[in-house]
Design a protein around this ligand. Structure first.
Ligand SMILES: C[S@@+](CC[C@H](N)C(=O)[O-])C[C@H]1O[C@@H](n2cnc3c(N)ncnc32)[C@H](O)[C@@H]1O
Length: 319
């Protein structure tokens, strides 16, 4: 028997994924807008570079099959396995690849695909990763400090938290967490680990709360930004995205589109600058000069969409 986690308000969620005994859900963000931008139809070959739980993939598959294909990439093997199960009715049209999207060239070569008709990047972490207790992504579960999306990676959050020098901890918290108390938290980490290694999410979260003790009014949990910062650093998220976004254009057929859903200002800045430069070079036309944001109605259903920004471009015909 499955049980739902008691903090999940069931009317906020419309799909369910299963992890052992616990039912977890992820709602695809700005799905209607993404589908409109991707402009797909029967026969299209689409790459979902971050297939996650298959939330965007399912309606894409419904539109491209029977003659089209969806290539779904995720560096998280659990995501690939659960999507394989959830989307088994589409198995003839769906190719799942457990790789990092920065290796798109190798992935397409392996599948003998030369050109594609669209690509989606829905960046960051899925609700399922956040809510799976033993992955170490979330604040609300006590777990080993891990945060690796790709379990084959050698470096976990434990390694960064317990080994990086003060300056590097402070930089990660400032750049990736946009944390105003970056120096104070970095100092607290360095002090604590002199006494004892920091091994669990609870220890890290309690330490951050103590380091910010005089600042009592938070809209979010005081450790949210710290957890985001270490997750981005552990998974090298910014660098992988920058590489992949520049790379993917050359695989697109003329008239095909790139959609980027980002949740962090650094990622949005990369999308903005890369798209602007590609437009200057005559390679693409921007479909969004300013990023689109979710409507209020969507936010009421799915608060995790609150920081989402969507940008899209179309590859020019003449290249
Ligand atoms: C926000 S979730 C995607 C959710 C998906 N669109 C859905 O609606 O179900 C992001 C996913 O991208 C994956 N991911 C993040 N960076 C990646 C990378 N560099 N290469 C491959 N997958 C990545 C994560 O493991 C996660 O499953």
């Amino acid at each position: 028997m499955f049980r739902t986690l008691n903090f999940i308000n069931s009317n906020r969620f419309n799909r369910m994924e299963t992890y052992g005994e616990v039912v977890l859900q992820h709602i695809p963000v700005m799905c209607k807008e993404v589908l409109e931008f991707l402009n797909l139809g029967p026969g299209s070959i689409i790459v979902d570079a971050t297939i996650g739980c298959g939330g965007h993939a399912k309606p894409i598959l419904e539109r491209v099959r029977p003659s089209g294909q969806l290539i779904g990439i995720d560096q998280d093997q659990q995501a690939i396995e659960s999507t394989r199960e959830n989307l088994k009715e589409f198995s003839d049209s769906l190719f799942l690849v457990n790789e990092n999207f920065k290796d798109l060239e190798k992935i397409l070569k392996g599948l003998k695909v030369e050109k594609i008709d669209g690509i989606l990047f829905d960046l960051g972490v899925s609700s399922i990763q956040l809510d799976t207790p033993d992955r170490g992504f979330g604040i609300r579960h006590n777990a080993p400090l891990d945060m690796r999306m790709d379990g084959k990676n050698k470096i976990s959050a434990f390694d960064l938290v317990n080994n990086l020098p003060f300056e590097e901890l402070s930089r990660i918290l400032r750049e990736y967490g946009e944390e105003r108390f970056h120096a104070r938290i970095a100092r607290a980490i360095v002090e604590q680990r002199k006494r004892r290694l920091i091994t669990t999410t609870r220890e890290l979260s309690d330490l951050v709360v103590r380091a910010q003790a005089s600042h009592k009014f938070y809209k979010i949990h005081p450790a949210t930004r710290t957890f985001q910062a270490f997750r981005i650093a552990v998974n090298n998220e910014i660098n992988s995205f920058e590489v992949a976004l520049k790379e993917c254009v050359r695989f697109l057929n003329p008239g095909s589109r790139i959609c980027v859903l980002s949740y962090h200002s650094l990622e949005d800045r990369i999308a903005k600058h890369t798209f602007r430069n590609l437009e200057k070079e005559g390679q693409v036309r921007r479909l969004t000069k300013k990023p689109m944001r979710p409507f209020q109605a969507e936010l009421a259903q799915n608060p995790r969409a609150r920081s989402a920004k969507l940008r899209a471009v179309e590859k020019n015909e003449t290249i």
